[in-house]
Ligand binder design. Structure first.
Ligand code: R5P
Length: 293
C-alpha cells in the first residue's frame, strides 16, 4: 500500500504510513500556474499498486488539489485508490434549507468519490452525508484518539457543550470511565451562543478538572461560553478537546484565555493537534478497506 499526502494533510498521511508498517510514503509536487490554476504531479511507481490518498478539504484549494491528485493517481495506473478525507469540508450544508440552495455535502461526496474505490473520513457532520456516498465509505472517530491522550491527564468530568453531543461525550466517558454532563445551548447567531447548566440532576463542579468535548471548534464561541460558565462555578481546571480544530480568526487565542489546555486531533493542521487519528484510520484501511479487495 502506498500513502500519498496532499498539502492539507501531509503530517497525518506520514503518520498513517507509519501505522501501516512504514508503507511507502510520498508528497506530491504542487505549484500554481501564473494564471492561478493548480498543477500537481505524483512521483513513484504506482502502476498496479493500492494507493491511499490523504487530504482534508477545508478550503476550495484543498478540494481542487484532491480532485487533481485522484486523477493523477489513476493516470499513473493505480490498481485501487482509497481517498482519506480526515476533515470533510462543506459537510454542514447537508440539506437545502432555503429554495435555490445546493445540498453542498452531497455535492462534495459525489465529486470526491468519482475516481475513488473507497472513502474514509473522520467524525462526519451527519450520518446522512456518509450514506450519500455511492462507493464504500467508512468513518473513523476522533473519540478514541482524544481518550488515549486524556488517559495521561487529570479528568474528573467530561462535558458536552450541547445536547447534540450527548452520544459523543457518553462514548468518551465510557472509554475513560468518568462521569459526563451535557450543557444546554441556545444559538443567538452564527457567532454567538448562550449556554446553561442542565436543570435536572446538577453535578458538583467546584474544584473539578473538566474537559469540554466537541466535534468541531470553529469560531470558538461555543467553547469560550462553556468554559466561562464552568469557571463561574469555581471548577479546578478546564480543558477543551475536539476532533476538528478549525480555529477561525482569533478562536485559538480566545479559547486559550479561558481554558487551561486545548487538545485537537490531527484531522486539520493546527497548533492544538496533540492526538492522532492515524491508528484509527490505519485500522479501517487494514480491515474494512482491505476486505473489499
Ligand atoms: C455544533 O453543533 C457543533 O458541535 C460545534 O459545537 C460547533 O460547530 C462549534 O462552533 P463554534 O466553535 O463556532 O462555536
Amino acid at each position: 500500500m502506498h500513502v500519498i499526502g496532499g498539502q492539507a494533510s501531509t503530517a497525518l498521511a506520514e503518520r498513517i504510513s507509519r501505522e501501516l508498517g512504514n508503507a511507502p510514503f510520498a508528497i506530491p509536487f504542487v505549484k500554481r500556474f501564473p494564471d492561478g490554476e493548480l498543477y500537481v504531479r505524483v512521483g513513484g511507481r504506482l502502476a498496479g499498486e493500492d494507493v491511499v490518498l490523504v487530504q482534508s478539504t477545508r478550503t476550495d484549494q484543498d478540494v481542487v488539489e484532491l480532485l487533481l491528485l485522484e486523477d493523477a493517481i489513476r493516470e499513473a495506473g493505480a490498481r485501487r485508490l482509497t481517498v482519506v478525507v480526515p476533515y470533510f469540508g462543506y459537510a454542514r450544508q447537508d440539506r437545502s434549507f432555503y429554495p435555490g440552495e445546493p445540498v453542498s455535502a452531497r455535492c462534495m461526496t459525489r465529486h470526491l468519490e468519482l475516481s475513488a474505490d473507497a472513502v474514509v473520513t473522520v467524525d462526519m457532520h451527519s450520518a446522512a452525508t456518509l450514506q450519500s456516498f455511492t462507493k464504500p465509505a467508512f468513518e473513523a472517530s476522533g473519540i478514541p484518539a482524544i481518550a488515549r491522550l486524556l488517559r495521561e491527564r487529570p479528568v474528573d468530568l467530561l462535558v458536552s457543550p450541547d445536547k447534540g453531543g450527548t452520544d459523543r461525550v457518553r462514548r468518551m466517558a465510557l472509554l475513560l470511565e468518568k462521569p459526563w454532563m451535557a450543557l444546554e445551548k441556545k444559538r443567538i447567531d452564527s457567532d454567538r451562543v448562550e449556554l446553561m447548566l442542565p436543570s435536572a440532576s446538577p453535578i458538583e463542579l467546584e474544584g473539578k478538572h473538566i474537559v469540554i468535548v466537541d466535534d468541531v471548534i470553529s469560531t470558538g464561541g461555543t467553547i469560550v461560553e462553556a468554559a466561562k460558565l464552568l469557571r463561574r462555578h469555581k471548577v479546578g481546571a478546564t480543558a477543551a478537546a475536539c476532533t476538528h480544530g478549525l480555529f477561525l480568526k482569533d478562536a485559538f487565542e480566545r479559547i486559550k484565555a479561558v481554558t487551561d489546555d486545548l487538545y485537537s486531533t490531527d484531522t486539520l493542521q493546527n497548533p492544538a493537534e496533540k492526538a492522532s487519528v492515524a491508528p484509527d484510520i490505519a485500522q479501517i484501511l487494514r480491515k474494512d478497506v482491505a476486505e473489499l479487495a
